[in-house]
Every structure is written in structure tokens, then in C-alpha cells.
Design a binder for this molecule. Sequence first.
Ligand SMILES: [Ca+2]
Length: 262
Amino acid sequence: MATRQAWAGWAAVLAAAVLLGAPGCISKREPPKELKIDLGGGVMMKLVLIRPDKFMMGEEKDQHEVTLSRPFYMGVTEVTQAQYEAVMGTNPSYFKGATNPVEMVTWNDATEFCKKLSEKTRLAVRLPTEAEWEYACRAGTATAFSFGDADSALGDYAWCGPNSGRTSHPVAQKKPNAWGLYDMHGNVWEWCADWYADYPKGAATDPQGPASGRFKILRGGAWNGYPDNCRSANRGSNALTSVNRVNCYGFRVVVSVSAPGP
Ligand SMILES: [Ca+2]
């Protein structure tokens, strides 16, 4: 409830600033740095404020400038099994553990989770766009990983093929990136909102991907993958079919700052 009140407070600040035609008020009075959502039954979800900026998105061969124009909150961890169960009433995961990431979820399952959590909290909960995901993963870096170019340090930040023991792991056991986000590299792949397509030529602002397609974007690599899969710019994708309810696909959520207040 405190979260809802805090949110209402921010929404009011934003609305007042907009009404007054004083955009300076928005930057001076930023939204709270953290958002904690009470999912019920003692289960919480923590998100951090991600401030928008420009960044270079993509691998070397297809790098392009992307501008994100709006702040958003991003879950500091992948959605856990306890969080998923609190919202959906089920836990489809193969590797059971309340604090392990939920897996065996399709893109549609992940989207349904966001819809239900939005209804429950009256926040605009959604999957990150691919651009938001990469921007948050990089956390201001331009290197292959958020900690540098060499995958020799990957084991400090990620569960992937060489160190996972062939299973997912409880979230947030490895080091976070500079913006406080855990397991952006590895543990489970994370569904993003966008359909897969080649990147647009040239610079883009708030890219959303194409309007339709065959495959949805997955990011970050997983417990069963090669270190290369975990690179900040690496793109995975797969279809919406239930065949893709697999034990290395999960997700994390974002909350739009422009969400309607209660
Ligand atoms: Ca991950």
C-alpha cells in the first residue's frame, strides 16, 4: 500500500509539473530511485529507476545510436518463482526454488504476468523493449559485458554454461551491474517485448521493433549457454509457441514512469 501511495505522490508531482508547463520541475523532483511492489503473502518485487539517455546499441557490425526518452523502473532480478506464483497462482518451473527465476514460461505467459500485475497494482507493468533491456544491461558501458570485454570475469557476474552445474540458480547471488541489476548476463534468457527484426538503419528514438513478426526477442544468455551468449548486445529470439516453454527462458519486468496513477 505504501508503494501505491508513493506512486500516487510521484504521479501527482509529474501531473502538476506538466500542468504548470514547467519541465524543469520534473528533473528537479525525480521519481523515487526505487519501487517496491508488494505482491502479497510477504513476497516483494524491487525495481530501480533507470534514467534515459543515448547509447550505442548492437554489436560492432550493426551499432546504431538509440535515444531513450523516458525513465522507467526495471526489476533488479529476473522474476522469481515466488513472485510468479504470487501473481499467477502457478509455478511451471523445471528447477524448483522460490528464489530461482521462473522458467518454462512462453512470451505469452510473461505478458500475462505483466497484465495481471498491472491490474493488481494499477502500475503499467510490461516487458522491457529490447533497447531498454540492452541499455540497462550495459549500465553506461560500451564493452562486450557490463564489466569489460574479457569473459574471464563472467563467473563473478553470471551463471552460464561453464559454472552453472547445469541448473538455474537463485537470483542475485552474483555481482550486480553498475545500476544494481542482477543476472542480466546469464541465469535465464529474458523475454523482451519486441518482435525480432534487423535493426533500423541509422539512429532511433524509443525503438519498439516491428509491428509483427515470427520471433520474439530474448536477451542475456542462460545457465546452459556459452559465455558469448551473455554479451550485452547478443540477440536471441524464439517463437511464441508452447514448445518454447523451456527451462532456460524467463523474464524481468519494467514499470513505465508515465503510468496512470490510482
Ligand atoms: Ca538473465
